[in-house]
Design a protein around this ligand. Structure first.
Ligand code: HEM
Length: 503
């Protein structure tokens, strides 16, 4: 009897397996190039995700199979401009986001970033977008705050410490912390809450708050909750012993209390939210502010970190010299009038995009043809900046080389700029782009007009490889030590003062 039951169960299992295999094999995605295993299971992709190597894995697949690759039975990755345009720009803001973005809900609410469909997103964006317009970011009251924070960062260069090495990645909670992430947090909260922005560069409690947000190592925990909610619910306690849940109580306190205040300056996001308090309740406002604060820390901090690391390498030192020269020759120019500074930043965003991974979207009702492949509705489609920037070799020849000069050539400028996907593209691209550019250019001008940077001898190339987090990257070794050598007044090459301190 028992044997008979087992035979029935085995037969049923075999039948189900055959049905599953036949279904996979007759899927429209069978025509899309990709590894055979991806037609039948997403396990390989999930394994790579959990091990923080999804981006590199997909990039290798693009190198092998071309600009369209099936990465799972219901998921395809693209790299061409027509695909970017279709997925992210069609109808203004492209296809709806996939439920991957549910992972980022805050206080149980959807923010502009986590709204899935176009209509909800457009409604929220209409409220918020004007505070991120370039004209608002460039107002003197906004820029004064960025200058102040950049000066605070650079003042450390002239401190009297005997060490000349500085931790520019996240920094340690010591007096010698000069982290770029602290700068990014102070700038973002200035734009959100002035005069109630954070002072991570000056106050330990603010810096601790920033660390909580920036040191997000909850990748595995959150992926398990996304892929297997039941397993996650049943074993949450046990799981948390092995993989960390995301908890940011200090940031919650800061944002919840600051967003209650009513004295925010007129250029800030908070002042806009106050104007619209009939449309958003206090939790919505706090969730939106926390989201923007989080979005503005790792992204800007990591971009600056990879940029300063690259400029400090012997292979790129000539760009550092030319940048110092450009800054010396144009002391009064606005940050938008410095072509080499812009080129170096664009090339950094190309080579080290802070969000290098896929931005998943869903094929709309009725299915769509993308890059000549017809895909049924609800197929997950995406582009990842890392591959868009490296595989379009007609637009970016010698794509693995850091070469800011490519951005100075008039020829092909429009093609390069539209394929620069670091801030994404279309109506759901980064709303904080102008703010981020202003922050980064201001700090770079302040540093490289006065200092030369070199890598600390303890650093290795491997430790600066890009590692995936949930939606952003960071140096694999999670540290970046650079040495700062003050330049003699106006000097750019060879001549420099003895170091007077660390940054
Ligand atoms: C170098 C710096 C930055 C980079 C590379 C960057 C990149 C991106 C990317 C790729 C997206 C699209 C994400 C997706 O579709 O899943 C995005 C969205 C967003 N970013 Fe940024 N970002 C940066 C800085 C900032 C800053 C400083 C802020 C605000 C303080 C900010 C706020 C946002 C918000 C609110 C969204 C959601 C926009 C929407 O859905 O309409 N970002 N960013």
């Amino acid at each position: 009897m028992l044997l008979q039951s087992l035979v029935y169960i085995a037969a049923a299992a075999c039948l189900l397996l055959v049905v599953y295999l036949v279904r996979c094999h007759s899927s429209p995605l069978r025509k899309v190039p990709g590894p055979t295993v991806s037609l039948f299971t997403s396990l390989v992709l999930k394994w790579k995700e959990i091990n923080a190597s999804r981006t590199v894995y997909i990039h290798e697949l693009h190198n092998k199979y071309g600009s369209v690759v099936r990465v799972a039975p219901d998921e395809v990755s693209f790299t061409s401009w027509p695909a970017v345009k279709e997925i992210y720009c069609s109808g203004g803001s492209g296809y709806d986001k996939s439920d991957f973005y549910n992972l980022f809900r805050i206080y149980g609410r959807r923010t502009m970033f986590t709204t899935l469909n176009k209509a909800d997103h457009a409604k929220r964006k209409r409220i918020l977008a004007d505070r991120y317009a370039n004209s608002n970011v460039m107002r003197s009251v906004s820029m004064d705050g960025i200058h102040e924070r950049s000066s605070a960062f650079v003042r450390r260069c002239t401190s009297t410490s005997t060490s000349k090495t500085s931790e520019v990645f996240m920094g340690l909670s010591t007096i010698n912390n000069h982290a770029l992430h602290a700068y990014a947090c102070d700038c973002a909260t200035h734009h959100l809450f002035h005069p109630n922005g954070s002072d991570c560069l000056g106050k330990k409690e603010d810096e601790d708050m920033m660390h909580q947000v920036a040191a997000d190592d909850s990748l595995q925990y959150r992926l398990i909750s996304y892929y297997s909610p039941t397993l996650h619910r049943l074993f949450a306690r046990v799981l948390s012993l092995f993989v960390k849940p995301r908890e940011v109580p200090l940031a919650d306190n800061y944002v919840l209390s600051t967003s209650q205040r009513t004295d925010a300056a007129s250029f800030t996001l908070m002042s806009r939210l106050e104007e619209k308090n009939g449309e958003l309740d206090s939790i919505d406002m706090a969730a939106e502010c926390l989201d923007h604060m989080v979005a503005g820390i790792d992204t800007t901090g990591d971009t600056l970190c990879f940029l300063m690391w690259e400029l400090s390498q012997p292979r790129s030192i000539r760009y550092q010299r030319r940048l110092a020269e450009e800054l010396r020759n144009n002391p009064r120019a606005s940050i938008d009038q410095l072509p080499l500074l812009d080129a170096i930043l664009c090339e950094t965003l190309r080579c080290f995009p802070a969000i290098p991974m896929s931005l998943p979207r869903l094929v709309p009702q009725g299915g769509r043809t993308i890059d000549d492949f017809w895909l049924p509705e609800n197929t997950i489609v995406s582009c990842q900046a890392y591959s868009v920037h490296r595989t379009n070799r007609d637009v970016f020849p010698d794509a693995d080389r850091f070469d800011p000069d490519r951005w100075l050539a008039a020829d092909g400028d429009a093609d390069r700029r539209r394929l620069l996907f670091a801030f994404a593209n279309g109506g759901r691209g980064c709303v904080g782009k102008h703010l981020a550019l202003a922050e980064m250019k201001t700090l770079l001008r302040d540093v490289y007009s006065r200092f030369r940077t070199t890598p600390d001898p303890s650093m290795t190339e491997e430790s600066m490889a890009m590692a995936d987090q949930l939606i952003s990257t960071q140096p694999l070794g999670r540290r970046c030590l650079l040495q700062f050598h003050p330049l003699v007044d106006g000097a750019t090459e060879g001549s420099e003062k003895q170091p007077v301190g660390d940054l």
